[in-house]
Design a protein around this ligand. Sequence first.
Ligand code: IMP
Length: 435
Amino acid sequence: MSNLIVLGAQWGDEGKGKVVDLFCRHFDIVARYQGGHNAGHTVRIGSRKVILKLVPTGILRPGKQAVIGNGVVIYPPALLEEIETLEAVGVKPAGRLFISNRAHVLFPFHRMAEGVSEGRPGRVAIGTTSRGIGPCYEDKAARRGIRMADLLDAERFSELYQRLAEDKATLREAFRLSEPVGGEKTLREYAAYAERLRPMVTDTAMLLNRAIARGKRVLFEGAQGTMLDIDHGSYPFVTSSNASVGGASTGTGVPPRRIDGVVGVSKAYVTRVGGGPFPTEAAGEDGERLRTHGVEFGAVTGRPRRCGWFDAPLLRYAAAINGFDSLVITKSDVLDHFERIPVCVGYKLDGRLIEELPATPRALSAVEAVYETLPGWRTSTCGITAYRALPARAKDYLRFLEQQAGVEIGAISTGPERKQTILVRGSKLEKLLRG
Ligand code: IMP
């Protein structure tokens, strides 16, 4: 029985939500392994549009279990609001949603602490989602963070919270930050959240490992994307967790040997939100057209996404880091409108072709993208469900991406609905899904 990771091959927003939602009928449990309420998976079911930030998409399928792993940082008000929204649309998380007792808790002062770097003169603005994600992971790494298990222990929680709030008050003063730290009021609010979340908090690593031992199948759901990974992404313009393959193991407590496949999700072009290098960014009219046709605005913050052309060197890098078995290409129908479609096939730095992705933002920004231009198909592919029904030029485009990436394309998403998907017959992905 195989367990599978689905993660973003680019800078996030690749459409993982739909892919996980589609695949999870083959699995028993969907587990989220990193990030927090900075992520936003938009899932459409018929006319319904649900944005999931912390709860794994699997919750939408009756009978499936969902796990928020230890690698996730949890902002309780956001999680509770999401649970309420789900209940309002008839989805009942009770008894199916499990939260790791080792996941770290995010507080309002984490958001305040983000003001130390974001928006301060002389500091590099990452263009974060302003949710306090980075500072929460900072506390985790500094070994002063508060975990779900601590939150449930009233006495210990009060002590830990006061100590941490004291540190943040010092920070606030030193950096003349404007947001309040919070105090007794926050403490009381969190004590109330604890009681509401208590029935769902458990040792999810043990839950997952026991389930796997009983032959249950787990789908690991990544948030953000490989290029936003704290170690392998375009540092410092990254998020603060491991969005790439390793995060699935450290963020859930499931050994790598129990994970059988890795699926990368990539748009047929590229987008990114926030600052940082973007070698294939399309300036001007092309970028604008990609944004308009692709409705490229952030699910969480509403920010317009930067848009550009498919970047094969970037995908080859992501494939190397993650060991992709298969790719799902999303939003290929957005390219229906283009007469010519450039694809970046290589990078030049100082006039010379380079094989490796530069490690510094300065060098990655200085990279010159080398393009090959393919003819567009100029006809609607929206909603096509069979590979053979695609126009010849769309097939050529996809084959070209496959060759360039060096990884098979196992599925193509041709629209936002579950059924608007092509699963490529005989692909490795098909076998992995069958288990
Ligand atoms: P943070 O995760 O809020 O600290 O933001 C760090 C960087 O990651 C910024 O460039 C954000 O725009 C980006 N980011 C965080 N979450 C997402 C996501 O879900 N999709 C796309 N970009 C994201």
